[in-house]
Design a protein around this ligand. Structure first.
Ligand SMILES: Nc1ncnc2c1ncn2[C@@H]1O[C@H](COP(=O)(O)OP(=O)(O)OP(=O)(O)O)[C@@H](O)[C@H]1O
Ligand SMILES: [Mg+2]
Length: 414
């Protein structure tokens, strides 16, 4: 049952204090006991697993508004997330058993929360981190999941797209967030015309974003001709939870998709599938291991600390062939010759967008009593350096040949 309740606004100014009070109040009103904090997320939201006197465990997800949060991490997007979960569950009945449920929602003036069942799980990428080859489980699992999401989800709605989608979605997002990067990263990385990363001389990414916005001809050939049902919008590997590997291998469920972006409008699936690629190339290994970075006379170097997981690199290279082998994917991308280029350009923009996200909740987390935590500025800078490198490569390929090749792009991973 979905219950909505409004509670009087809290006047505390300290966000962690507000979080603690709201969480305690919600858990109390549910008659529950908090058992663990879930920390795998990549956002300022707080997630707590709770046990109830009767019935299975639930998860409470709370977002207290942080003034200045980047779009996508703000309270309005969080509220739309809840509507998007309802929309997907309503529009796509075939996905109801594999998409997150919504138990209750709660609102205050400067916060919102929802609850869902706790799903015992491993994320789809977990076997790869332990060194398992992609062919053992991951590929079969992802094929089944993407076939469902595309066949029963994205393909449910297909509408002609206005021109200039790439400029609107990616170019604008980076130019809107750039002030945050300027505030925390060294000026030589954000102000210089040229930035050398891993031996490659790159243009300033804001300049490239403006180029994408101001020169529609550059991306006209790879803009999406159609948009599809907004099934997700933030399809990173930590939002794909495997709940029953045997069932999933047999192709009958056994997973849950959680945490959509918060969008109700027709959507470009290339954006979502590039998030899976970005999870393997930089995001997930970077957040788990950190980055090694140095500034030398020859420019900057960046690498995942200790190296990426070998099976992640294999999965990154194999994602396009895996998708191409799926019939629903071929149906969705027929008549869209720029799909692969857009996916690779989107991957480059995701790296830069994430750099700003790492900084968006920095004020909120600085009091955390956790010396082992990786610095948000380092995480932002690692994503930024990789983003500079991949965006230069993608834009240069577009300028010279009108398309972005995966072979050329993923070579940057070494
Ligand atoms: N219902 C659930 N059952 C089990 N684990 C969950 C559940 N919801 C979330 N988790 C775990 O917590 C992590 C973070 O949750 P979630 O993805 O909803 O938040 P987020 O990525 O921090 O937030 P957002 O993208 O909304 O800003 C997930 O990656 C997953 O590991
Ligand atoms: Mg998430």
């Amino acid at each position: 049952m979905n219950t909505r309740q409004t509670v009087a606004p809290l006047d505390a100014t300290d966000i962690e204090d507000v979080e603690a009070r709201v969480l305690a109040d919600l858990v109390d009103r549910m008659g529950a006991v908090a058992s663990e904090e879930l920390t795998e997320g990549g956002s300022p939201a707080r997630l707590v697993r709770v046990s109830l006197p009767d019935g299975p465990d639930q998860v409470v997800k709370l977002l207290v508004d942080l003034p200045g949060a980047v779009d996508g991490h703000d309270l309005e997007s969080f509220r739309v997330k809840i509507r998007q979960i309802e929309k997907v569950r309503r529009d796509a009945p075939e996905l109801r058993d594999v998409y997150t449920e919504l138990s209750s929602e709660f609102y205050g003036d400067e916060w919102a929360a929802y609850t869902m069942p706790f799903y015992p799980n491993r994320d789809i990428a977990e076997p790869l981190r332990r060194g398992e080859a992609p062919g053992e489980r991951y590929e079969t699992e992802l094929k089944a999941i993407l076939s469902d999401l595309i066949g029963h989800g994205y393909l449910r709605e297909r509408t002609p797209a206005d021109r200039g989608q790439i400029a609107d979605i990616h170019g604008d997002r980076l130019s809107r967030r750039f002030w945050l990067l300027r505030q925390y990263l060294p000026a030589e990385l954000t102000e210089a015309d040229r930035i050398t990363v891993n031996g490659v001389s790159c243009r300033n990414p804001l300049e490239l974003a403006m180029r994408v916005i101001e020169d529609p001809a550059l991306t006209a050939g790879i803009d999406p001709p159609h948009l599809f049902h907004p099934v997700h919008g933030d399809l990173n590997t930590r939002n794909i939870l495997v709940t029953d590997g045997d069932r999933l291998a047999a192709g009958g469920g056994g997973y849950r998709i959680i945490d959509p972006r918060g969008t109700l409008d027709p959507w470009d699936p290339a954006y979502d599938l590039a998030k899976i690629l970005f999870s393997f190339t930089v995001w997930d290994p970077g957040l788990r291991k950190g980055f090694d970075m140095a500034s030398t006379a020859d420019g900057w170097t960046v690498a995942i600390r200790g190296g990426n997981y070998p099976s992640y690199l294999e999965a990154a290279h194999g994602l396009l062939p895996l998708m191409r082998s799926l019939e629903p994917f071929r149906e969705m991308t027929a008549g869209d010759p720029g799909w692969e280029s857009r996916y690779l350009l989107g991957h480059a923009f995701h790296l830069l967008g994430e750099a700003a996200c790492r900084l968006s909740d920095i004020k909120k987390r600085t009091n955390e009593d956790d010396d082992a935590a990786l610095s948000p500025i380092d995480l932002a800078q690692g994503h930024y350096l990789y983003g500079v490198l991949f965006l230069e490569n993608a834009v240069r390929q577009l300028e010279t040949g009108g398309a972005v090749s995966q072979h050329e792009a993923l070579r940057l991973l070494g």
